[in-house]
Design a protein around this ligand. Sequence first.
Ligand SMILES: [Zn+2]
Length: 366
Amino acid sequence: MNSIRVRVQSASASAKQISAVIDVPGGGSFDVSTRSNYTLDHSATPWLAPALAAGMRRHRDLVIDGTVDPTALDGATKAQKVLADWYRTYRRIEVSAAQSPPTRTLPERATGVGCFFSGGVDSFYSAITQADRITHLIFVHGFDIAVGDSELARKALTGARASAAELGKPLIEVQTTVRSALGDPLALDWGHVFHGPSLAHVGLALSKHLGTVVIPSSYSRDQLHPWGSHPSLDPLWSSDSVSFEHHELDVGRFGKIRRISSSDTAMNNLRVCWLNTDGAFNCGECGKCVRTKLGLRTAGVESPTLPGSISPEAVRTMYVSEGERTFLREGLAAMQDAGIRDEALTRALRYAIRRSYVRRFIPFSR
Ligand SMILES: [Zn+2]
């Protein structure tokens, strides 16, 4: 048996929980589960995207025990082409699964429109600008917040609940081990690949309630590059029941911050940090915190969750990834546009951008 095998555990799960055991030859067996305050889709369809990423990365064909939506299977073939073109470590594989009979009638779609909602800039922007069509916000514990970090999850969830209530949308709360129990042990790169299939997993699991799921963009059109959530990839995870939409390519990070800066809900609950030093909601000093503060400053507002001025010293010493560099450049331009003259900060930003090129070639310098 050389294929990765997905065994959906239908018997043990409650209506609000789904789980699967994914056997990876030479890698082990991974028991993955997802639960929510809403009922979930117990078919094999939600497991296709994450298992496909695992198979492509491990160069193993995929056998799924159970029925998979035919549109999702078609889309997965196209998604394979995109991922294999982007990354040479991801190879195309064969996928076999039971399909619904060809004479099937299309399933009746749920009317709900969900939007992933972490409480960050992208999710607030999509939630606010698409408010007239979005019916539910979706908060996921287990993606950027580790499954075991219940303290940070509690804080983030409190903010998400307050935001959803103020925006007048019910909050779908999801906890999943798809990252911790499958992606991380198999070294599936979260940013470049695995967060996309993981979002697809959660969206498809909510098919009883949502016919459309909005995925807030990470980058604008001119900043696009291979990334796990991407306008060329997200719609390919759609099924006959759920369509994925990658939302907003025309507005960049700083434009989004300007737009949400007029929302008290966004300003009072904004959560952008990925370091969360000592369990802090936003550390105030990492790349994401600094660029968001910069955006807020150019918009002329301050968020209570990101108080204080921007420390040029923190800017000079922060870790700047390739993606982060794009945002810092955008920040410099936004400062100029807003007529902000801050020599120390400008010098620090230019230094951090220059330094990010040098550091790329020095291993372990992070
Ligand atoms: Zn931070």
